[in-house]
Design a protein around this ligand. Structure first.
Ligand SMILES: NC(=O)c1ccc[n+]([C@@H]2O[C@H](COP(=O)([O-])OP(=O)(O)OC[C@H]3O[C@@H](n4cnc5c(N)ncnc54)[C@H](O)[C@@H]3O)[C@@H](O)[C@H]2O)c1
Length: 390
């Protein structure tokens, strides 16, 4: 193994903490060396930075790269900063690990592709589940005919987020901020991994889908969606649905269900776990390994491995994000359909029965309105039709 690669982390206070912990582990194994930080909010004195101790923190990314000599920059900053900061990093000669979602608009995505191509440097997009061999395991089961001809892929995500999640940053839960697109909704941010993984399982992640149908709602007093479903039609004609909420009664691992004519495969993408179900047979569960996207980026920079998630591998995802971005505003879930609790972590909103509806969506590849007329956006007085076709 060569000398540790110097890495800079931009965005320290939020999800950046996870990167600090990973960088510590990878630093101990000699793969990388964290050489500095970039954040507009200073690091308070006494912050141990997850065991890294004091490190130089710069407000300006270009200056941070120049001063530290970083070869890789991790961008763990708000969605609307992804393109400008990625450009700055590339212009200063640094490879990039860019958090998901790739960019805030499809046009920005094309600009990012052009900037990466022009730089000759590498950009890895932080869809970490695409580093899991579980995705290939599902694809090879499908190729071997384990479940017969595919009917579609359904996804279900039932998580809990309180008002604290939306209060942590000015861009949280926003569709736009100060004239910039943000698109921070449940489908495009917390459950972006579910969508990207489903598209990868379908082998459809690099192509613009044929059609996108959307139904978006919010129970929290936010601009973006917290409870939504989408049906993506791939160019091969495969339907992929994803139904999600951040207002679930219980926080559970999300799952994708690959429906075949002879059985089904469940993929719990946060756990790298695959279960094959066939009628009359005992289900078979296997757990798979995962390559960290930073380790893969380092190996790629050293000419040892292909990059797992270059921006073009997120094209289909970006088309769905664009459909979300350009759709009418999500519809408010009326008060009688939610329960509100004050907890130590903030205000929690539960939509009773939403977990059942979400699992039915994954089972039947159906939109909410096709399962329950109460969720038909058009049936509400004064509500907008949230269906969108890009
Ligand atoms: N891969 C995952 O599982 C995962 C999980 C959570 C968040 N994320 C992604 O990570 C990114 C950050 O999300 P978050 O929830 O931590 O956001 P956050 O707003 O909580 O934290 C962002 C950090 O970036 C800093 N920052 C803002 N603008 C900056 C700029 N121009 N230059 C330098 N620093 C700047 C902020 O001060 C803050 O420290 C987003 O893209 C989000 O989607 C990914």
């Amino acid at each position: 193994m060569g000398a540790p690669v110097p890495v800079l982390l931009a965005g320290v206070h939020g999800h950046g903490r996870t990167h600090l912990r990973v960088l510590r582990e990878m630093g101990e194994s000699g793969l990388v060396r964290l050489v500095g930080l970039c954040d507009q909010r200073p690091v308070p004195d006494g912050d141990g930075l997850e065991g890294h101790g004091p490190l130089p923190c710069h407000a300006d990314l270009g200056e941070a790269i120049e001063r530290t000599g970083a070869q890789i920059t991790i961008l763990s900053t708000p969605i609307h900063t992804h393109l400008p900061l990625a450009r700055t990093a590339l212009e200063h000669g640094s490879h990039v690990l860019l958090e998901k979602p790739t960019t805030a608009t499809l046009d920005e995505f094309e600009q990012l592709n052009a900037a990466v191509d022009a730089s000759g440097l590498a950009c890895q997009v932080g869809f970490q589940s695409l580093g899991s061999t579980a995705v290939e395991a599902v694809r090879s089961l499908v190729r071997e005919g384990a479940v017969g001809r595919l009917r579609g892929i359904g996804g279900a995500g039932t998580w809990v987020r309180t008002s604290a999640y939306y209060d942590r940053a000015p861009w949280a839960g926003r569709r736009r901020i100060e004239g910039r697109d943000v698109v921070d909704g449940a489908l495009t941010n917390p459950f972006a991994h579910a969508l990207a993984t489903a598209l990868a399982v379908a082998g459809a992640q690099a192509d613009a889908p044929d059609r996108v149908e959307l139904e978006m709602f919010h129970a929290h007093p936010i601009e973006a969606d917290d409870t939504s479903c989408v049906r993506v039609h791939t160019t091969e004609g495969l339907p992929i649905t994803l139904a999600v909420t951040l207002c679930a009664p219980e926080h559970l691992p999300p799952r994708l269900v690959v429906h075949g004519e002879l059985g089904r495969i469940e993929l719990e993408y946060t756990l790298d776990r695959v279960t094959l179900h066939r009628p009359g047979r005992t289900p078979v569960t296997t757990t798979h390994t995962r390559t960290h996207l930073l380790a893969n980026l380092v190996a790629h920079v050293r000419g040892e491995e292909p990059l797992l998630v270059p921006p073009p591998a997120t094209r289909a995802f970006m088309h769905v994000l664009e459909a979300v971005r350009t759709a009418p505003d999500p519809v408010a879930v009326p008060g009688h359909m939610q329960r509100v609790h004050r907890t130590e972590e903030g205000v929690r909103r539960i939509i009773p029965g939403i977990d059942t509806l979400i699992h039915r969506s994954a089972e039947h590849l159906a939109l909410f309105s096709e399962l329950d007329p109460a969720w038909s956006p058009a049936s509400r007085p004064g509500s907008a039709d949230a269906k969108a076709t890009p």
